[in-house]
Write a protein that binds this ligand. Structure first.
Ligand SMILES: Cc1cc2nc3c(=O)[nH]c(=O)nc-3n(C[C@H](O)[C@H](O)[C@H](O)COP(=O)(O)OP(=O)(O)OC[C@H]3O[C@@H](n4cnc5c(N)ncnc54)[C@H](O)[C@@H]3O)c2cc1C
Length: 352
């Protein structure tokens, strides 16, 4: 029987960052991941955008989350001897005069992340647009697939990862210990992404799973140092390809890729992009989103050896690094979690 401090279920974005923090703190982990190709972390664009929505409001805690994430991805990249992050701007091609006016007013009032692009002419060769371009600055593009793969290789080399499906029926959970196959641990931490919405321990949390689709597209002549946005985003992706997306669908009837999405994106690209392009793949996943748009972190109120690190929705790249450190410090030193993210706020619901 192998004994570890923590069994971690899921090595997507959350399982990667949390297991790394715990290993750094001197704790032993055993990670179980079924390498689901349609898990959010393998489908995501990897963008950290400090402003959100039509009104271009700064996202929650961004002044704290962004520098922390930037430092963390750079450090992990150094440790794993690879590059995991690109600093870039989002070129926001205004679709209407109204959106241009809103952007310019915001940029004048609060220029921290927004500026008006002075290079509009340069982009006329690549895109059709009539209402100018705004620049959203200080964005990051995280290579999630490489991060998950590289950290997975590190765990495998240390015999701390198995690539198989975890089922609760193979697990014995008491408040003192957790036993799975030949592994025994003090605690089990679920980092199982959108699957947590059907996990018996946590299915009562207010999940609001959000289906996202994206196309992987070859656009050989498009420069790769920016993200381009006009309702949809064109984002540099692996192997000289671009990721184009994404949809948000909370009322999906299928988790498969849909022809409606593909047709809509093709129409948008035909209208917007002046360059030739070829679609090479159509991908889709469920975002582990929830109604209060804040992470779910902490321990089950009754089953005290069962924890969760989840609920990152569509913003895992910025939220997960900061809160992985916070959860790790909570686990190792008992430092309190921020009440906004602590699942104690759902104790009543989870105790039913
Ligand atoms: C289309 C799309 C676009 C997105 N774009 C962005 C973006 O630009 N920026 C951003 O910040 N976020 C984005 N996201 C959201 C981001 O992907 C998530 O916030 C993040 O991946 C959540 O991390 P997670 O670890 O909770 O889940 P995941 O990354 O999905 O990881 C869950 C892991 O658990 C494993 N697993 C689940 N159940 C089991 C089981 N029973 N046994 C074994 N293993 C299991 C899965 O294989 C997977 O590896 C996007 C998501 C989608 C779908």
């Amino acid at each position: 029987m192998m004994k570890v401090d923590y069994i971690i279920v899921g090595q997507g974005l959350c399982g990667t960052l949390l297991s790394r923090k715990l290993v750094q703190a001197g704790k032993s982990v055993f990670v179980i991941d079924n390498r689901n190709p349609t898990a959010a972390g393998r489908v995501a664009g990897g963008i950290i955008n400090p402003v959100t929505g039509k009104r271009l409001v700064q996202t929650w805690l961004i002044d704290t989350l962004l520098p922390f994430a930037q430092n963390e991805y750079a450090t992990i990249g150094q440790e794993l001897q690879t590059s995991l992050m690109q600093e870039c701007s989002i070129l926001d091609f205004h679709p209407t005069m109204e959106t241009r006016t809103t952007f310019n007013e915001k940029a004048t009032a609060d220029g921290q992340y927004l500026s008006v692009s002075d290079k509009e002419e340069q982009w006329q060769a690549y895109f059709r647009f009539n209402y100018g371009i705004g620049s959203i600055n200080d964005c990051l593009l995280v290579d999630l697939r490489k991060l998950i793969k590289s950290w997975g290789q590190y765990l495998t080399a240390n015999n701390n990862l198995t690539n198989e499906h975890f089922s609760l029926s193979d697990c014995t959970v008491t408040n003192e210990a957790v036993v799975w196959n030949n592994i025994t641990a003090d605690k089990i931490l679920f980092c199982d992404g959108a699957n947590a919405a059907t996990n018996p321990y946590f299915e009562l949390l207010p999940w609001s799973k959000d289906k996202g689709e994206a196309l992987i597209v070859a656009i050989p002549d498009l420069p790769r140092n920016n993200i381009y946005k006009q309702n949809i985003s064109i984002v540099p992706w692996k192997d000289d390809l671009f990721w184009v997306g994404a949809s948000h669908d909370w009322k999906y009837t299928t988790t498969d890729p849909t022809s409606e999405f593909r047709n809509r994106i093709e129409q948008q690209l035909d209208f917007w992009l002046k360059l030739p392009y070829t679609i090479v793949e159509h991908i889709t996943a469920l975002r582990p989103a929830n109604f209060d748009r804040k992470p779910f972190i902490g321990f089950h109120p009754i089953h005290q050896s069962v924890g969760i690190f989840n609920g990152m929705g569509g913003k895992g790249c910025s939220l997960a690094p900061y809160f992985a450190r916070q959860f790790s410090e909570n686990l190792v030193n008992g430092k309190p979690l921020m009440p906004d993210v602590d699942i104690k706020r759902y104790s009543k619901i989870l105790s039913r």
